[in-house]
Write a protein that binds this ligand. Structure first.
Ligand SMILES: Nc1ncnc2c1ncn2[C@@H]1O[C@H](COP(=O)(O)OP(=O)(O)OP(=O)(O)O)[C@@H](O)[C@H]1O
Ligand SMILES: [Mg+2]
Length: 159
């Protein structure tokens, strides 16, 4: 609770308060793509999103989590962290983080149709999907250390 209050002080500067937060950790395996999508959906559902906003969030989270499973750990599994925060201004921040292989050139990786996949299964549109379904997408990555994707979605006002 004390920690929560301290974080709130920080957010007051931005004229918004932290309303709720959640952290989950799970193995980066393909069955957890739906688990991750569902837990984020359940968390955000409390804040009266529209059906479309919830669908957008599920879609963006799926893309980010699939990338951790497929690219960060090459299907061998590893640790996947998901953090979600809801703020009083109705924005939702979702962090999807891995400790996998990282991305050499983030700008290039985010270009539509760019993929390092050689199997022909991937089309290189994951980041473009995240961008179109979120208000902001930020990617921090260190080769050999891991990647953190931060998605922000602003929910429409309830009136
Ligand atoms: N978490 C990650 N760790 C390491 N590399 C990543 C990660 N996320 C993305 N990448 C790199 O960025 C590239 C682009 O990702 P993006 O999701 O846009 O396309 P894709 O996953 O290749 O294809 P698609 O998402 O359409 O199936 C990937 O091919 C991969 O090289
Ligand atoms: Mg992808």
């Amino acid at each position: 609770m004390e920690q929560f209050k301290a974080k709130n002080k920080e957010n007051e500067k931005n004229k918004r308060a932290l309303v709720n937060e959640m952290k989950v950790k799970m193995p980066a395996v393909s069955e957890n793509e739906s688990t991750a999508r569902s837990v984020v959906n359940a968390f955000v559902a409390h804040y009266d999103p529209t059906v479309e906003e919830l669908a957008d969030i599920r879609c963006a989270v799926s893309e980010a989590v699939t990338n951790c499973v497929v690219h960060a750990y090459g299907g061998r599994g590893g640790v996947l962290y998901i953090g979600v925060k809801a703020y009083s201004d109705r924005s939702v921040k979702i962090e999807i983080r891995d400790k996998g292989r990282g991305i050499e050139d983030v700008k290039k990786a985010m270009e539509p149709l760019f993929t390092t996949d050689k199997s022909g299964e991937r089309s290189g549109i994951g980041f473009a999907v995240m961008q179109s379904f979120s208000d902001s997408v930020k990617v921090r990555s260190v080769p050999g250390k891991g990647t953190c994707v931060t998605l922000i979605k602003k929910l429409a006002s309830e009136e």
